[in-house]
Design a protein around this ligand. Sequence first.
Ligand code: PMP
Length: 304
Amino acid sequence: MADRDGFIWYDGDLKPWRECTTHVLTHTLHYGVGCFEGVRAYYTPRGPAVFRLEDHTKRLFNSAKILGMKIPYTPDQINEAIKEVVRSNKLRECYIRPMVFYGSEGMGLRADNLKVHIIIAAWPWGAYLGAEAMERGIRVRTSSFTRHHVNSVMCRAKANANYINSMMALNEVMRDGYDEAILLDTSGHIAEGSAENIFVISEGIISTPDLNSCLDGITRKTVMQLAKDFGYEVRERRLTRDEIYVADEAFFTGTAAEVTPIREVDNKQVGGGKRGPITTKLQAAYLSLVKGESDSYPHWLAAV
Ligand code: PMP
């Protein structure tokens, strides 16, 4: 990733990609206190546009607040910077990664002179789990690693260090040939995927775990709205692992994963073992929304 042409916004300026390096004593590299976002821009009939830009920036500021980091810019400046990064790299469609981190001004947990830095990078990134996954669905397994306890690390923060837990779970299931992991919360209920929220559909009712142990996903919110617009009942509640085994359909949502059908969980076929009809409908609605092909929610697309 480091050896590329292009520009990264680094503390207020666009800098050549290869020059965006940090010192090995960068505090965040050691202790993981930092936060980030995953945002996507899509090519719409009116040119490239960032999907739910303001919501992502708001979540970035909330994450920083939870971690006690003060971002030295306003949300408007970050919104502008994100658009500038897409423009300057001449990207039509891309994934965008803003990240807030501490510098190398001090070491140790008690360092009190740390500067808060922010970078924004963007690069082309197709379907996170592959184009085939979007159509056929994926095979997932419940991880032996439990999602964070609500009072150990804060799930509302998209914090760098939280992803140790995600990576332990994902690596575990990928080594055994699965595509993605499901993590259970400390009470044994379903929390989310390693980087996705999860939805289960039974008898036409769409359910998703409440926000105790999962990220307040922006795709989750979007899909819940689309589902309600179609007239479906959407419930946020505690979900047990075996509810997915006997569900009619299940899918993951995420900025990277978009709407990815789940065809198998713990070696049990979900529903018909392929993308189900409601998932198909929601996936198509989501993709047409983000690509600016539908008339609903135009304010969710920020032209760059
Ligand atoms: N949960 C986790 C742990 C994630 O990393 C992500 C990706 N940001 C999501 C859920 C989905 O969130 P969003 O739809 O905002 O991308």
